[in-house]
Structures are given as structure tokens and as C-alpha cells.
Ligand binder design. Structure first.
Ligand code: GDP
Ligand code: MG
Length: 388
């Protein structure tokens, strides 16, 4: 552990924060035979972690005065360091606790501003990091909560988390479900990368509007790149008993839409486009221009990274997206990755999907609920998960 902490200080500087330490078994045959253990330390130069322990004498007196001379990684980067095997049988937990508190103490002295951060607010911060919220945004949210909740109430974990959930909710714009006026044809296209769940979402929407709301619904597919994709939609059209049109060129689009003029809702499925493929995005744009949809929902998978979600939304903006559908929330281990997209894409959320079952695994987006799910206060299937 000493070796690992020395590495942390050498690589990340004296102000490095230790976020987590754990013991891992050495890999490979040798680890298996002689039971070697490794110490894994998750440390960051950019996250400021205040001490959760009372002040004590410095554990590394020389480290305090020595400025960090080595390059500090850019904000947001966290390095995992593993070093040193130790013999089995040592009271590891105790050693880890003592060492961690020493490093935390160093960090605390290094950053006087965070000295007063109480345990409960600190835990909000670590909850956010656990939820895959970026460090900067997590810090910003905790600061907002700190300013808004009176100090006397800081020990009330439920209250802090509810306030935090409201802060997250404020950054989520909601479009609401598709609104249909019977007798007025409403055309909604779904666009997005391949495999995110466009066709499945169309089937869920079609089944709900047709079978539950008794609307006259039709399907158009322009996903003619793959025969299987057309067949997939046709199967749903047959089961739900819906008219379906297949369109392969912008010229055919106009007629297909005209043939469905007396329906209440037309749902249009499109081929997945790689957002990197400019030509295909332009083709899609031409196709949509011909159809003149009332709404264009961008479908994105909740398991994608924050950076890829934002980038994809940016690329698809060229086709005139008006709302956002997030799929596969059931598969995501954490959902903090969604927050930058929700805050910056300018697209309001229409639907969330949470499974493969047609037509059940879909819900109209609800900002308060999504915020609670992101923070782990509620599970995707509606059960409360944790507090305090
Ligand atoms: N776990 C999970 N799988 C989904 C969800 N939505 C769609 N899928 C699955 O994702 C795969 C691709 O879906 P598909 O609708 O064909 O995607 P498309 O290429 O965008 O049309 C299929 O296996 C779907 O069953 C969801 O919300 N959760
Ligand atoms: Mg499809």
C-alpha cells in the first residue's frame, strides 16, 4: 500500500485524492497458486475529496511543503494504479483505513475550501460520481444544493437527495408523448444510429396507439438497406393489424404519405445511419424533406457514453430532430452519462424505453422520475432503491 500511495503522489502530485482502495487477487496462474494479492488504488488529481475524519497530525510531514512537480493529468482524468503484492493474513482493512485517512488528510490540508464540506454533502458528491456524473458537474450540483439547503438541514440525507434530484430534473426538458387529434394526420419519424431500438420503439408506440387508444395508425419504413429490417417491421404490422408502406426513394415517399392521409398517426421507421456518414445523413434529410414529418424523434441508447451521445445528437440535428427517445435504460449500469446530452442537446425527451417487450417496455418521459433514476433513488421499474 505504501508503494501504491507513493506512486499516487509521484504521478498525480501531493494534492491527489484517493477515491477508493481495494484488494484484488493477482491474475494468472501464479496468482492462483501462491495467492498473491494486489492493492488497487483509484486516485485523482482533479477531484477534491475532503476528509471524512477528524483532523490529526500529518502522516507524511514532508509531503505538505513539497509542491507537485510532475505533470498533472487533465481535469476529469482518473488513473487506476495497481502496485505491490503483500503477504496474506495481514489485517488489510485496518491498514487501508489508516492509509486512506492519511492521504485524505493531506488532501484536506491542500484544499482549505473543502474543509467544511460535511459528510452528507460529501456523500452526495460520491453518489454522483458513482452514477457516472462528470466530476465538474457533480461538484456544481453539490455546490448548488449546499447554497440552497439551510445548514441546519445538512444532516438530513433524504432532504439533500431530494433537493439534488430537483436540481437534476431542472436540466431535463420534457416533450411529453405524441399528441394526436383524431381526423388530423400526424406524421412522426424516428431516426438514429443502427441498433438503438428504433423499430422496436415504433412497434411499442404503434401497439399502444392502435390497441389501447384505438387510433388509426400506419407504418412507413425507409429501412430498405436490410431485408430483415423491413421484415421485422412487417411482422409487427401484421400482428397489430396496421397498413404498412415501404419506401425506397424520396420520390415514392410523397405517394406513400398521401395513401395514408386518412389515418390519425403515421410512424416512420428509418435505416440506422452512422452519424459519421455525412452522405447518409444527407440522404435521410432528403427523404424526410419529402415526407414533411410533424415530429422527428432521435432515438439514442442509454448505454452509450456521454461524449458519443452528445456527438450523435449534434450530427443528427441536420435532419431536423425535434425530440429525444432514450432506449435500453434497463441495460445501463448508471445513467449520469445522459445528463450532458439532456442539458445541451436542446431536444426535449419524449419517451424512455426499458426492455425488449412490445408493447409494455416504454413510458412517456417524466423528468422527476428520470432524475431519481439517474441518482439511484428509484429503479427503472419503479421500486425505491436507496436512501440514507
Ligand atoms: N434491453 C433492451 N433492448 C432493447 C430496447 N429497445 C430495443 N432493444 C433491442 O435492441 C435490438 C435492436 O433493436 P431494433 O429495434 O432492431 O433497433 P434499430 O436498428 O434501431 O431499429 C433488438 O434486439 C431489440 O429487442 C430496450 O429498451 N431495452
Ligand atoms: Mg430498425
Amino acid at each position: 500500500m505504501q508503494e501504491a500511495l507513493a506512486l499516487v503522489r509521484r504521478e498525480l502530485g501531493a494534492k491527489a485524492s484517493v477515491l477508493r482502495t481495494r484488494e484484488v487477487r493477482a491474475g494468472g496462474l501464479i496468482g492462483w497458486i501462491n495467492g498473491s494479492r494486489l492493492i488497487e488504488v483509484l486516485a485523482s488529481a482533479s477531484v477534491t475529496v475532503p476528509s471524512r475524519l477528524p483532523a490529526r497530525e500529518p502522516a507524511f510531514p514532508t509531503a505538505q511543503d513539497r509542491p507537485a512537480t510532475l505533470a498533472v493529468p487533465p481535469a476529469g482524468s482518473v488513473r487506476e494504479l495497481a502496485a505491490g503484492s503483500i503477504a496474506a493474513g495481514i489485517d488489510l482493512a485496518d491498514r487501508l483505513d489508516r492509509l486512506q485517512s492519511r492521504v485524505e488528510e493531506l488532501c484536506r490540508r491542500g484544499n482549505p475550501a473543502s474543509r467544511d464540506l460535511p459528510e452528507s454533502l460529501f456523500r452526495l458528491f460520491t453518489d454522483l460520481i458513482d452514477a457516472d456524473v462528470s466530476e465538474d458537474f457533480a461538484r456544481e450540483l453539490v455546490e448548488q444544493v449546499r447554497r440552497e439547503v439551510p445548514e441546519a438541514e445538512w444532516s438530513d440525507c433524504d432532504r439533500l437527495r431530494e433537493r439534488l434530484a430537483r436540481k437534476v430534473e431542472e436540466g431535463i426538458a420534457i416533450a411529453g408523448p405524441i399528441r394526436i387529434t383524431p381526423g388530423h394526420r400526424h406524421l412522426v419519424a424516428l431516426v438514429g444510429p443502427t441498433g438503438v431500438g428504433k423499430t422496436t420503439t415504433i412497434a411499442k408506440l404503434a401497439a399502444n396507439y392502435r390497441l389501447r387508444e384505438k387510433r388509426r395508425v400506419g407504418l412507413i419504413t425507409v429501412d430498405t438497406y436490410r431485408i430483415a429490417a423491413v421484415e421485422q417491421l412487417r411482422t409487427y404490422a401484421d400482428i397489430i393489424d396496421l397498413p404498412m408502406e415501404i419506401v425506397s426513394t424520396p420520390g415514392e415517399m410523397h405517394q406513400a404519405v398521401a395513401r395514408m392521409a386518412d389515418l390519425d398517426l403515421i410512424l416512420m421507421d428509418t435505416a440506422g445511419r452512422s452519424p459519421r456518414d455525412e452522405v447518409k445523413i444527407q440522404e435521410l434529410k432528403l427523404m424526410l424533406a419529402e415526407a414533411a414529418p410533424d415530429e422527428v424523434h432521435l432515438v439514442l441508447s442509454g448505454v452509450a457514453s456521454a461524449a458519443s451521445l452528445s456527438k450523435t445528437a449534434e450530427q443528427f440535428a441536420a435532419v431536423g430532430t425535434t425530440a429525444l427517445v432514450l432506449t435500453k435504460l434497463d441495460e445501463a449500469l448508471s445513467l449520469g452519462n445522459l445528463l450532458p446530452l439532456l442539458r445541451t442537446s436542446g431536444l426535449p425527451l419524449s419517451y424512455l424505453t426499458h426492455g425488449q417487450n412490445v408493447p409494455d417496455d416504454i413510458a412517456a418521459a417524466d423528468g422527476a422520475r428520470l432524475a431519481r433514476i439517474v441518482l439511484g433513488l428509484e429503479s427503472i421499474d419503479g421500486r425505491p432503491t436507496r436512501c440514507a
